[in-house]
Design a protein around this ligand. Structure first.
Ligand code: ADE
Length: 260
């Protein structure tokens, strides 16, 4: 997966893409992130990339020309090498970002050029001229598009084959098949009087699989029933869900000395 981030704040991108799994993905050549400082594309000697809004009002608006120049230059550089770009614009007005979008970005062979807005907004002529794909990462307003851009990169990069160590881990996890995750436990077996469910210590693989499936269904039923609404359940899931409903949903945390 190859991305270019256009931003007024390059220093916001580097620490995140330079850490942990995203760093490892880049070291392995599975992810490439290039950061472009928008100020470099400003026309005047002071490198001004924003200005007051026409019509008055508070805040500053990002100027159109530096952004258009940045996108055009990046696009033409890639096109000369026979590569195509896909222009993304994180914005609260965009379509909601989903796991399907993450999968789609991860599998796209084009350069993902992510344009980060800031301040009160971006001159409307950027939208009119470039027609970027607008994507929202949630119904709230961030101070700028950088954190949203990082969310897109992070969610997509982890789905690129080889980025996560275990080839099964991204498949099994939450949302890959629209279920929330089952609870996880690690050592020690008891923490402040709270025990690990007995079945996880049993070594019985099939029982563990069923327990995890049931807890994933329970978590989803409790917290995001909308995810189950249009789902066609197989026999096992139907049975587990019936059991969960019969049990009254909540799986109380296991305290030491109680039944698992
Ligand atoms: N920029 C500011 N808020 C945003 C949001 N919720 N999603 C994407 N980009 C944004």
């Amino acid at each position: 997966m190859r991305c270019d981030v256009i931003t007024l704040f390059p220093e916001m991108i580097a620490p995140i893409v330079g850490s942990s799994i995203l760093k490892r993905a880049q070291d392995k050549g599975l992810l490439e992130v290039r950061v472009h400082d928008l100020r470099e594309y400003a026309l005047d000697k002071h490198k001004v990339a924003d200005d007051v809004p026409y019509g008055g009002g508070a805040g500053m608006v990002m100027k159109a020309e530096p952004i258009l120049r940045a996108v055009e230059e990046i696009q033409s550089n890639y096109e000369q090498k026979g590569e195509r770009i896909r222009l993304l614009f994180p914005s609260p007005q965009g379509r909601p970002f989903t796991q399907d979008d993450a999968r789609n970005l991860a599998g796209d062979s084009r350069r993902l050029v992510i344009l980060c807005g800031h301040y009160e907004g971006v001159d409307e002529r950027v939208r009119l001229a470039l027609r970027p794909e607008e994507i929202s990462v949630g119904d709230y307003v961030l101070t700028g598009g950088e954190l949203a851009a990082l969310i897109l990169i992070d969610a997509a990069a982890r789905l690129v084959p080889g980025v996560l160590g275990d080839p099964e881990s991204s498949v099994e996890e939450s949302f890959s098949e629209s279920l929330l995750e089952y609870p996880h436990y690690t050592r020690p077996a008891e923490v402040r009087g709270m025990a690990v469910p007995e079945v996880l210590l049993s070594g019985h693989h099939e029982a563990i699989r069923i327990w995890r499936r049931k807890e994933a269904l329970r978590m989803t039923y409790q917290r995001r029933p909308d995810l189950l609404r249009d789902r066609v359940l197989n026999r096992e899931d139907r049975q587990l869900l019936d059991d969960i409903i019969r049990e009254g949903v909540s799986a109380t945390p296991v305290r030491c000395g109680e039944e698992g």
